[in-house]
Write a new protein. Structure first.
Length: 74
């Protein structure tokens, strides 16, 4: 989870790491659109549909497909 405080007014500088397939897809999309990664991610975020709480509308579907982390006995 990011610790960024949106009320600060400061720019947010994420440091995402993508797997090779997603990285290649992002780079190709940027190259063929003639825009940089920051602009691409900004556009995608601006176009992301969210509900009245700001949660992405696809979040429940995504989370349902995820496996939880294994619990380690102490």
């Amino acid at each position: 989870m990011p610790t960024y405080d949106p009320s600060s007014g400061a720019k947010y500088t994420p440091n995402p790491r993508f797997d090779a397939e997603r990285g290649a897809k992002l780079v190709k999309a940027c190259q063929t659109s003639n825009i940089n990664v920051t602009a691409m991610l900004s556009i995608l975020i601006d176009r992301m549909p969210v509900d009245e709480n700001g949660r992405p509308v696809w979040a429940d579907e995504y989370l349902a497909d995820q496996e939880g982390l294994p619990i380690k006995d102490s």
